[in-house]
Design a protein around this ligand. Structure first.
Ligand code: PLP
Length: 569
């Protein structure tokens, strides 16, 4: 109906002229391919992916190209005309593969893994097919509801205290990464801390509240330990607060202790700062240390406004096994917990599962709906709008791949997967111990990670460390590898560091296996962690042989150099 009540045809404009119908001049099918050609393209892509995984161990784990290689292989300008799928597909092998580091190769023993599995890949396919930035429940109820179900399943599998389940006041949410989870909870911690102080001070005037909040913000300090992942420091930068790290010591295996945390808290307070947040870690990046949760929980009693976040990005996966679940009970004293299923739990990147005991802590800080508009449905968990639990608005359908993985493996399959790698790690550590003429183990091996150094002088045979009642040998076996940071000037440490570095760099240059190195308390060390799905005993044994052969080669070369320098023949 028009305003004067007369009717007008839909395709007539105001002046009565008939609108021309839109002629579709697109030469490429609307979806890029017809359904039939998509099926053919997808089938051949899937065939190539299956072949890639079948033969992955025959590819060098590291690329052999120089920076900028791709620029030389690709046209400078985008194609002006459409290209066929077969042309595009061919370039995967010829252009992309040369620049790929094969994280899924069993010869990848660097960093922590980034799991990929076929059910995970299928989950990604369906997620792409149903693409939607499902920021609230209504955007696709299944996206939200499946997420709540799978994160609750995960909480149960990891034996998290029931307060982290969505049934009560808590719950889980899938984030993109452990770093993103840390920024998210740090912002929630900042807002909760400031709100509590202002409420306690009884300030009611809006302007005064704002002034006081700004004043408090300038005094906030977030804490981690020297071995917390760098994402905590980065999060503090993003959140606009100070960052301090608590010292860790070799006699504690570089774990954060209750006393260490308390000392740092007190030092901050004595400077007039307000510590409001701390990251504690299950499985630190360098050495896979586990912070002393029980002691830290005691400290937490004296700091009720301190938000304690457990970063279990990698090692949290091990909590699916009963033998590690005694650790989970301590989390009842902490505010949040995060594990990357995309690291060691067989789910393709990205799937970082963040749990909180009080979901209101997140929504109070991150909801774009002011508190006076909140509804009881959201609070009761009947309708969850996950956009209020995270930084971005839009979100991917990540729950699908988690669902596919948990169903495909079952809890028993997930436990078997973790135990397989734990056993492989223990085997490698034992092999290393047996060559204590060549290697020292720097910290007790944990969660499939072994951290070792090469002894600079193998002629000086070091006695195996004493085992007390069959217990683990102490770290730093081999007394001639000094490890104290204040020994940095020590000649022997410098020599050990130089030899270990040389061995590492030679292995790296040969690209048969990929390991990482790190400097821990002044000691240059090699980290070996094999936890991706395709890793088997033979790969670990080969890696050990490569370590031994390379260490012997380097030491032989150095000995020859010394002999020549001394004029010996
Ligand atoms: N926390 C720990 C203990 C890690 O080891 C890592 C990465 O390895 C991270 C956080 C960062 O993980 P993300 O890449 O998911 O941010």
């Amino acid at each position: 109906m028009t305003t004067n009540g007369s009717t007008r045809k839909f395709n007539e404009s105001n002046d009565g002229k008939t609108l021309q119908s839109v002629s579709d001049e697109r030469v490429v099918p609307a979806m890029g391919m017809t359904p039939g050609s998509f099926e053919t393209a997808a089938q051949s892509t899937i065939k190539e992916i299956a072949e890639y995984y079948s033969n992955i161990s025959t590819r060098p784990v590291l690329p052999s190209i120089s920076p900028g290689y791709l620029q030389k292989l690709l046209p400078t300008h985008p194609p002006s005309e459409p290209e066929t799928w077969s042309d595009i597909q061919r370039d995967i092998e010829s252009k992309i593969m040369p620049g790929i580091t094969h994280w899924q190769s069993p010869n990848f023993m660097a960093f922590y893994p980034a799991s990929s599995t076929f059910p995970g890949i299928l989950g990604e396919m369906w997620s792409a097919a149903l693409t939607a930035p499902a920021f609230n429940w209504l955007c696709s109820p299944a996206v939200t509801e499946l997420e709540t179900i799978v994160v609750d399943w995960l909480a149960e599998m990891l034996a998290l205290p029931s307060t982290f389940l969505s049934k009560g006041d808590g719950g889980g949410v899938i984030q993109g990464s452990a770093s993103e989870a840390i920024v998210t909870v740090m912002v929630a911690a900042r807002e909760r801390y400031i709100r509590r102080i202002v409420e306690r001070e009884g300030i009611t005037d809006a302007e005064e509240i704002e002034d006081r909040m700004c004043e408090l913000r300038s005094k906030l300090v977030a804490l981690g330990s020297e071995h917390s992942h760098s994402s905590t420091h980065k999060a503090a930068n993003i959140a606009g607060v100070r960052y301090r790290s608590a010292k860790t010591y070799k006699q504690d295996d570089f774990a954060l202790t209750g006393a260490g945390l308390r000392k740092t808290l007190e030092a901050c307070k004595s400077k007039g700062l307000h510590p409001f947040y701390v990251t504690v870690t299950l499985g630190t990046t360098n050495t896979c240390a586990t912070d002393r949760f029980e002691e830290i929980a005691q400290v937490a009693k004296d700091y009720p406004d301190l938000w304690i976040h457990v970063d279990a990005a990698y090692a949290g996966a091990a909590l699916v096994c009963e033998e590690y679940q005694h650790i989970s009970q301590h989390f009842a004293a902490f505010d949040s917990f995060d594990v990357n299923m995309h690291k060691w739990l067989l789910t393709n990147f990205d799937a970082s599962c963040l749990f909180v005991q009080k979901r209101r802590d997140l929504t109070d800080a991150l909801s774009i709906t002011p508190s006076y508009l909140r509804n009881t449905f959201s609070d009761s968990g009947l309708v969850t709008d996950y956009r209020d639990w995270q930084i971005p608005l839009g979100r991917r359908f990540r729950a699908l791949k988690i669902w596919f993985v948990i169903r495909t493996y079952g809890v028993s399959g997930l436990k078997a997967h973790i135990r397989h790698h734990i056993k492989l790690g223990e085997m490698l550590a034992e092999l290393v111990r047996r060559r204590d003429d060549l290697f020292s183990i720097l910290v007790p091996p944990a969660f499939a990670l072994t951290v070792l150094t090469v002894k600079p002088n193998r002629e000086r045979k070091v006695e195996p460390p004493e085992r007390v009642n069959g217990a683990e040998p102490p770290p730093y076996q081999g007394s001639h590898v000094p490890v104290l940071p204040d020994a940095a000037g020590d000649e022997e440490l410098e020599e050990a560091n130089a030899v270990t570095k040389e061995v590492y760099e030679l292995i790296d240059s040969r690209k048969e296996i990929f390991l990482t190195s790190s400097i821990i308390a002044g000691v240059y060390a090699i980290r070996v962690v094999s936890a991706n799905p395709l890793a088997e005993e033979k790969h670990l044994r080969r890696a050990f042989d490569i370590l031994v052969d390379t260490a012997e080669e380097v030491l032989r070369r150095r000995e020859e150099g010394t002999r020549k320098a001394n004029g010996d023949t």
